[in-house]
Design a protein around this ligand. Structure first.
Ligand SMILES: Cc1ncc(COP(=O)(O)O)c(C=O)c1O
Length: 383
């Protein structure tokens, strides 16, 4: 009998250590991780340079409240702004970053209504949960924040609902938890334009897609748009909890002194690692290699699964890959069979097999993981 709340469906596996793309259970059995701990350990487990900066920082100082200046926060904020006019607020998770974004947008516009999208996922705190367009996430928590409404993702018609009463539109460039659904480029550009024309702020949730996951530093970089506000977490700390909300400089005064805050946000342990993560992702060739691995992965999957009757679509971008299957039953069987082969993959939505391998994965590891996926789906087809 566990002493923990039963809110997670935990698998009977316990991992003790990790190295690169491999993690090891209590018996030291090796697993190939194609999940990066749900898009977090994007540079692999125990990356030696990250281990070193964290060790070095542990010996200096861990926590200093936000009552004092922080050169480290300034540095990371500048790096995250990618030479555009953004200010940063540091926090501890994706949901907390989204809460900050919601508050900033509400206060900046003086308006209440925020549109997000069906099948979206923005986190579990009340604001972020209310932004999330999934009934199963809302169950038992009514009434939600009354100011959210959900548009249909990739629907041009629904963009007509955005009018001058809208404070903000909150969107993922690729819906992650909802089923690895990429936004169409023209649609996202139109969304940005309609929002702007109506004085609504564009909030992009980059919690899952940010920091190189889709082959560009932010997913929005490839869409010819620049959000008013965007949020980060997951890959930013490679496993050290950290989140960030960035907003255009002209929004700066809205978060006036005392208007928002958090005790742990921007702490030295998290930001020393975040600084190094950004440096590594910005290294020459790093993102090009992610794009090359992505091409390899999509090629292998498209060829290997072309005839599989359980596979409905293969979609995504960079190393955020979804294999849409015909049922949740097929998905659960495939995940189980992969685990038996010591390969870890994820679900998204009801029936999508999701892959978020470390961006540092070697081609051979990627190929062996993909071969396992193709084999188990073949096995299921032959059952
Ligand atoms: C797009 C997106 N936004 C927000 C969140 C919530 O992040 P956290 O769990 O760190 O609060 C997630 C988590 O999966 C996410 O994928």
């Amino acid at each position: 009998m566990s002493d923990l709340f039963p809110n997670y469906a935990r698998l009977p596996l316990e991992f003790q250590k990790g190295s690169g793309t491999k993690i090891f259970d209590k018996e030291n059995v090796e697993y190939l991780d194609l999940t990066s701990g749900i898009g977090v350990t994007n540079l692999g487990y125990n990356h030696p340079e990250l281990v070193k900066v964290l060790h070095d920082q542990v010996e200096k100082i861990w926590h200093i409240p936000n009552l004092y200046e922080s050169e480290l926060q300034e540095k990371v904020a500048k790096l995250l702004a990618i030479e555009q006019d953004y200010l940063a607020f540091f926090c501890n998770s994706g949901a907390e970053a989204n809460e900050a974004a919601i508050k900033l947008a509400r206060k900046a516009t003086g308006k209440e209504k925020i549109f997000s999208f069906k099948q979206s996922f923005h986190g579990r705190t009340f604001g972020a949960m209310s932004a999330t367009g999934q009934a199963k996430i809302h169950q038992g928590f009514a009434p939600l924040l009354p100011t959210f409404d959900y548009l249909t993702y990739n629907s041009f018609d629904d963009l007509l609902k955005i009018d001058e009463s809208v404070a903000a539109v909150m969107v993922e460039v690729i819906q992650g938890e909802g089923g690895v659904l990429p936004a169409e480029k023209e649609w996202l550009q139109m969304l940005a334009k309609v929002a702007k024309d109506n004085g609504a702020l564009l909030i992009i949730d980059e919690v899952q897609t940010g920091i190189g996951r889709t082959g560009t530093f932010y997913a929005w970089c490839d869409y010819g748009i620049s959000p008013d506000i965007f949020t980060l977490a997951k890959g930013l700390g490679n496993g050290v909890p950290v989140g960030a909300m960035l907003g255009k400089k002209e929004l700066g005064e809205v978060f006036s002194q005392g208007s928002h805050g958090t005790t742990f946000g921007g702490n030295r342990l998290a930001l020393s690692v975040a600084e190094k993560v950004i440096e590594l992702v910005n290294q020459e060739e790093f993102l090009t290699e992610v794009q090359e691995k992505s091409t390899l992965a999509f090629d292998v999957l498209q060829k290997g699964l072309a005839k599989n009757k359980h596979v409905k679509a293969i979609r995504g971008k960079g190393l955020m890959i979804g294999i849409a299957l015909d049922s949740s039953d097929t998905l659960q069987k495939a995940l189980q069979k992969l685990r038996e082969r010591h390969v870890l993959a994820l679900s998204a939505g009801n029936d999508v097999l999701r892959l978020l391998p470390p961006l540092t994965i070697a081609n051979e590891e990627l190929q062996s993981g993909l071969a396992a996926i193709i084999q188990v789906l073949e096995e299921i087809e032959n059952e």
